[in-house]
Design a binder for this molecule. Structure first.
Ligand code: HEM
Length: 452
């Protein structure tokens, strides 16, 4: 029975991006070829200087769950859409947001050109630049910690923050008129506890790989390239456990997370819910990314009865089935009632409030990762009102949508008020970013915006 179920799920789970052979992707650190050496060298210099429809359910089951792809594989960087969005999830994420320090658009163009070129190399498993870098009298152009490692399905996804279009009332780069209508500022939601040092950013990079060191290395190289133009604002790394193919990963609250999601295999659903259309102008083929670290009060959660946890989430913990059911993949039965006529899934259960059936059909593509930042000092507001070091861990919530106004904002406006889960989770940072369409070979990411 379980085998059949997993088989069914495995059938629905496809590799959404073709894999290129690992053979061509061996890392060659000391070979010579044209590359982004100039940008890396510039960074080194700078561094040295101190520088309303009917609810339509078109979800599928766990489309982004990890698959048994060979760890060595590299994924194509170029294409109509950026990678790392509908790519089956890798084991690790390293997310970084930056403030732009450059003051003119030409510098922004230089940065995006250098980032695009470097990203294409890194995802192939090549060092950041092909320039010879073995002169003992000079710093190496690539920091070298992935030498000998395979590309590990590295994907690099870039986004633009609102500050690119306007910051402190100033149109710094002459781009304000090109800000898409859908790219609104995220409102303040009830319960938000955003820490400035972990919030916002003019640019972002989401690096995902099956090997954490590969994701880290990529952001490290890209940060070095950015040095003359941008400064790191916040970072968050995260992980996703390596469940067997066909199984939905669990989050740190112990629940299966990712059972229902937009069908990454269904181009019509992606066009409807994820990719910006003609209305987006230069954003057509891109998508809007919400990335928010959500801290979980795990010590508090662990003191709750299993039954209460399940009521909060609206699913059974062990099986992932809807309340009263036994099958993780059975449709949500939001109208089901017990013998006294009470809803089996409480009115304020997480899945009820999140479901498209409760939100005029709204859907988002979720692609989050668990995170663990060690421990930090907490004075709890719940019995037994203890103070002390508690786990600073949670979910780096990441979702993609065609329009945040009808995606994350629509969902979270109600969820932030009524979701029972709010007793246990706090949004502590993050932001909304416009992830432009992918770049074809010879073009750079964001060219439609910056060159227009
Ligand atoms: C720490 C915070 C969160 C946790 C632990 C969490 C956990 C879960 C779990 C366990 C499920 C059920 C399994 C599934 O279908 O994937 C779920 C579903 C879902 N969650 Fe969350 N979630 C969190 C935050 C959010 C936020 C902030 C949003 C969006 C505003 C969101 C949107 C959704 C959606 C859309 C679904 C699927 C509902 C459906 O398609 O019927 N979640 N979540």
């Amino acid at each position: 029975m379980i085998d059949d179920q997993n088989k069914g799920q495995a059938d629905r789970s496809v590799q959404t991006e073709a894999l290129s052979p690992a053979g061509g992707a061996r890392r060659r650190f000391l070979t010579a070829a044209a590359g982004v050496a100039g940008a890396v060298a510039a960074a080194q210099t700078a561094s040295a200087q101190g520088g309303g429809a009917k609810p339509a359910r078109s979800s599928t089951h766990a489309p982004l769950k990890p698959t048994a792809a060979p760890a060595a594989a590299s994924l194509p960087f170029h294409g109509a859409h950026q990678q790392g969005i509908i790519t089956p999830q890798q084991a690790a994420v390293y997310f970084a947001a930056f403030d732009i320090t450059a003051t003119d658009r030409a510098d922004l163009v230089r940065l995006m050109q250098a980032w695009t070129e470097a990203a294409a190399r890194l995802t192939e498993g090549l060092p950041v630049t092909g320039e010879a870098s073995d002169d003992p009298a000079k710093p190496a152009l690539d920091s070298g910690e992935v030498a000998g490692l395979p590309p590990a399905r590295l994907t690099l996804t870039f986004g633009f923050g609102p500050g690119l279009f306007e910051k402190d009332g100033k149109d710094r780069f002459g781009l304000a008129a090109r800000r898409p209508e859908a790219f609104v500022d995220l409102p303040h939601f009830p319960g938000d506890q955003l820490i400035p040092q972990r919030t916002g950013g003019d640019l972002c990079i989401q690096a995902c790989a099956d090997e954490p060191q590969v994701a880290f290395h990529a952001v490290r190289q890209l940060t070095r390239i950015a040095l003359p133009y941008a400064a790191t604002r916040w970072v968050q790394n995260g992980f996703l456990a390596g469940y067997a193919p066909g199984q939905t990963p669990r989050n740190l609250m112990g629940f299966k997370d990712g059972t229902l999601n937009v069908a990454a295999k269904d181009p019509a659903a992606l066009d409807q819910y994820v990719w910006a259309g003609k209305e987006g102008g230069w954003m057509q083929g891109g998508t809007y990314m919400v990335a928010r670290p959500v801290r979980m009060a795990l010590e508090h959660w662990d003191r709750m009865n299993l039954g209460f946890q399940e009521q909060t989430m609206g699913r059974h913990k062990r099986s992932g089935a809807t309340l009263g059911g036994t099958d993780e993949f059975a449709p949500l039965a939001l109208n089901a009632v017990d013998k006294d006529g009470n809803p089996l899934t409480p009115e304020n259960a997480h899945v009820r409030l999140a479901a498209p059936e409760s939100n005029d059909g709204a859907q988002i593509l979720r692609r989050g990762y668990s995170y663990d930042n060690g421990v930090s000092f907490v004075a709890e507001r719940w019995p037994p009102w203890r103070q002390g070091m508690e786990m600073d861990a949670g979910l780096l919530f990441v979702c993609y949508q065609r329009d945040p106004r009808t995606g994350f904002i629509k969902l979270f406006e109600r969820m932030s008020r009524f979701d029972m889960l709010n007793q246990f989770v706090t949004h502590v940072g993050g932001g909304l970013f416009a992830a432009p369409p992918g770049a074809e070979p010879g073009r750079y990411l964001g060219e439609g915006l910056l060159a227009g």
